[in-house]
Design a protein around this ligand. Structure first.
Ligand SMILES: C[C@H](O)CC(=O)C(=O)O
Ligand SMILES: [Mn+2]
Length: 354
């Protein structure tokens, strides 16, 4: 990102940071984060001043399933264990309508969750009115979370955001699930939302670092009017991870953007707690780069690697094909289907059968 792309003086801007390690990071850990690990991570982040922490299965409420994998504890167990130990941080959850239900949202609230990202595909906001209304009735901080936002243009995304606002969302998020966007893409979408939303409705940005643009994209979002930024310490998240939060906090401090977090405490959390927890180093390898390059849902990374082993087709090729087909969250069964078709086309299927 060149300086000329930052049009405003961001000094003195206030931004709310939201850590995703204990939700998006569940994808990278194949849902295997223990309650004890969650408590350790969350208390350290609370101490570093992170105001919001998301805690659930990677696919959110209702995520425990054969399709999405089983976590080591229930969402309620995780939420209660973490929220009961927080001094200042609020616990949030993810809810994809259809996967998670309003009953599950109520039970997450009872367990201590006080904020929710209600997530839909970027053209399907109209699947979320009941869930956003339910969150508002519970008194929760409520976000409409438009996933795979690169697949809708700024005008279309603004219309979807306006719908979510009309359902009661306090904040509308542009979610770069594929880590595909460049700063100009983010800026155009935030501006389009800012033009149509009420002044009191906040705008958020959730980035993935597949093209190494998480920080530049988040700064572009702030420049265009976003006030909430998701990231995850040490980037623990799907694909090449989320915007690395400790790095982002350091950049904000350099730019005079106020986050209220202690940068060095966050770097200690990254180094001493998160990195040792990783099963693989979350980084931009050839497969996670392919996600960003081809516009593929970051959550598809590990299932595509498994399909690659099963069918003998390189994961990168599978991911590029999934991007070409514009597959979205919820279409996970197409990963194996695509790999199998490619194996057949390449004459590899006999080897699989034998
Ligand atoms: C279920 C996904 O992981 C939600 C998300 O974080 C994204 O789309 O990005
Ligand atoms: Mn994500």
């Amino acid at each position: 990102m060149t300086d000329s792309m930052i049009t405003g003086d961001l000094k003195g801007r206030k931004v709310i940071l939201h850590d995703m390690c204990l939700r998006d990071g569940m994808h990278a850990k194949r849902e295997q984060i223990s309650v004890e690990q969650m408590i350790k991570v969350a208390t350290a982040m609370d101490d570093a001043g992170v105001p919001y922490l998301q805690v659930t299965h990677g696919a959110g409420l209702g995520g425990n399933s054969l399709q999405h994998g089983f976590a080591l504890a229930s969402n309620e167990e995780y939420i209660h264990a973490v929220s009961s130990r927080m001094k200042q941080a609020k616990v949030s959850v993810l809810l994809i309508p259809g996967l998670g239900t309003m009953d599950e949202l109520r039970s997450a609230y009872e367990a201590g969750a006080r904020s929710v990202h209600v997530a839909t595909h970027c053209t399907e906001a109209d699947t979320s009115p009941q869930h956003i209304a339910c969150a508002r009735e519970l008194g929760m901080d409520s976000t409409g979370f438009l996933m795979m936002a690169h697949l809708n243009d700024p005008k279309g995304l603004a219309e979807q955001g306006k719908l979510m606002e009309s359902y009661g969302a306090h904040t509308v998020y542009i979610t770069d699930s594929a880590g595909y966007m460049l700063p100009a893409d983010v800026k155009a979408r935030v501006q389009a939302l800012r033009d149509v939303l009420k002044p009191e409705t906040e705008i958020g940005f959730h980035g993935h670092h597949n093209l190494g643009m998480g920080i530049a994209n988040s700064i572009a979002a702030i420049d265009a009017g976003a006030t909430r930024i998701d990231g995850s310490v040490a980037g623990l998240g799907a694909g090449a991870g989320n915007t690395p939060l400790e790095v982002f906090a350091a950049v904000c401090e350099r730019m005079g953007i106020e986050t209220g977090v202690d940068v060095f405490k966050l770097t200690d959390v990254a180094e001493e707690i998160i990195v040792p927890m990783m099963d693989h180093i979350v980084r931009i390898d050839r497969e996670s780069l392919a996600l960003g390059y081809a516009g593929v849902y970051s959550t598809f990374l590990l299932p595509a690697k498994r399909a690659a082993e099963r069918y003998g087709v390189p994961a990168r090729d599978i991911l590029v094909e999934l991007g070409r087909k514009k597959m979205i969250g919820g279409q996970e069964d197409m990963i194996d289907d695509t790999a199998m078709t490619m194996a057949k086309e390449r004459g590899l299927l006999k080897a699989v059968a034998s």
